[in-house]
Write a protein of this length. Structure first.
Length: 467
């Protein structure tokens, strides 16, 4: 059966709207509680996010806390002013747009970037509770937490770090860095790599002589430099200059802080899959490897621009892609289109993945019944959410990914493709992608093996965050 792209767009819009009431299956004997709270932010944007129930607390205390979290990443909130699919309105770049392009890109004062310990948990934007990832930091914990001051954005950005250690657990100097980008809701909605995939992150990277750095801000931002300043509205905390932060400010600061080398990889999923590709394309040679999971490389044509609108509107009421890139098809929009700029991926090791949107075993009622202790109602709700919402979104990302594959093939740029026959837009696939991308693409690209592992550092880190 052939599914047309307009139909995919409609299905994705309906699915994301349905995501205003996500369901999270928990493996616990406790009674299943309602998992959605509605909060009104300062700009009158209604935000719906999972509240911390007793069931969630119980699941987080388990040895494999991520296994009980069944939620499509882009499902926590949506306002009801869904944009219509726009028409292309190409025009010449303005002076402001040109300032963000390669020849006259925004300059930042690298010397003004500072790294200091983060000693207090940032707050979930909607419920104002401490972000859950922070509980993994502090003395005796696996992660360090830092504030990295961004001159471009004029504020501190919270960053989680898994420092490089060898197989014996000793700190390692001169190790590479893998930058993991969160998806749309990010740490501000507790839908980040640590809260929902901690075991996978640790199993994949611990003892591998590699640093892992995760920016813990940037919800609904697409991690690019915006044309406009949204101010402090909804999930946005001021200037959105993420391309500058990720590629000009953060790397030098973290490499110095961690005594790291200049070998790097960047990984994103869903919204940030686009961001990871763009970071590499705009900075050829900066990253040895890129991972792009369940994303849409294109941004400047009608359907991808429409998808982007569904995402950024969730960050604050009334936000549109024009706030980021200007009119669809404009030069700055095309500059931030990873499909248009695919040539910039040449000589970079690539891992690109997507599923079809069809149910996989982790989406099936039988699997969810096992995870919910046989509680039929909770399992049914989880299965329907994943099948309808997560299925429609992943089907749309599947079409985008095949466009990227066709473009890279036409350019004779090789990539490792993980094209799954089944799977929805949800965490089981991304956890699997993280492991596979590391083993098949990123680790070899960073030159890591027993024979060439970086030197061991028997000292301690300069800063250690505490609760």
């Amino acid at each position: 059966m052939k599914i047309t792209r307009p139909l995919l767009a409609s299905a994705a819009a309906i699915a994301i709207a349905a995501g205003a009431v996500p369901v999270i299956a928990q493996d616990t004997d406790k009674e299943i509680q309602p998992v959605v709270d509605t909060h009104t932010l300062n700009d009158d944007t209604t935000v719906e996010t999972p509240k911390a129930t007793d069931a969630e607390v119980a699941a987080e205390a388990a040895a494999e806390p991520e296994a009980g979290e069944i939620r499509p990443e882009e499902s926590d909130e949506v306002t009801d002013n869904t944009p219509e699919i726009p028409e292309i309105q190409a025009r010449e770049a303005t002076e402001e747009e040109l300032d963000n392009m390669p020849d006259q890109r925004h300059q930042t004062d690298a010397g003004a970037v500072t790294v200091t310990p983060l000693t207090q948990a940032p707050l979930n934007t909607a419920n104002k509770k401490p972000q859950k990832w922070f509980s993994h930091t502090g003395e005796g914990k696996k992660l360090d937490a830092y504030n990295v001051y961004s001159p471009a954005m004029e504020r501190d950005i919270p960053v989680a770090v898994l420092p490089a250690r060898d197989a014996a657990g000793a700190l390692v100097d001169d190790a590479p860095i893998v930058y993991l980008l969160n998806g749309a809701g990010g740490a501000e909605q507790d839908t980040d790599w640590i809260n929902l995939a901690d075991s996978t992150v640790y199993e994949t990277f611990e003892g591998q002589s590699v640093n892992v750095v995760i920016p813990m801000e940037g919800a609904f931002s697409y991690y690019v430099d915006w044309l406009t300043d949204p101010g402090q509205r909804g999930y946005y905390k001021g200037k959105q200059m993420w391309s500058t932060f990720l590629t000009k400010e953060l790397p030098g600061a973290m490499e110095q802080q961690l005594n790291a080398n200049d070998r790097r990889a960047i990984v994103g999923f869903s919204m940030s899959a686009t961001s990871a590709l763009l970071a590499a394309e705009h900075n050829p040679g900066m990253y040895n490897a890129v991972g792009s999971f369940s994303g849409c490389a294109a941004t400047s044509t009608p359907l991808p621009y429409f998808y982007a609108g569904l995402t950024v509107n969730r960050g604050a009421n009334g936000m549109t892609p024009e706030s980021i890139w200007g009119p669809m098809g404009s030069e700055y929009n095309r500059y931030n289109d990873a499909l248009v700029n695919a040539e910039g991926l040449r000589n970079t090791a690539l891992y690109i993945s997507t599923a079809t949107g069809l149910q996989s075993d982790t989406d099936m009622l039988s699997s969810l019944l096992d995870r919910n202790g046989g509680k039929v109602e909770a399992a049914l709700k989880s299965s329907s959410t994943l099948t309808i919402e997560g299925g429609a979104i992943e089907a749309a990302m599947n079409a985008c990914t095949h466009d990227l594959r066709a473009k890279l093939t036409s350019l004779n740029i090789p990539a490792h493709y993980e094209l799954r026959n089944t799977g929805t837009h949800s965490w089981p696939g991304w956890r699997d992608d993280l492991k596979k991308s590391w083993n098949h693409v990123i680790k070899p690209a960073l030159g890591l093996s027993e024979s060439n592992a970086p030197a061991t550092n028997t000292g301690s880190a300069e800063f250690s965050s505490a609760n």
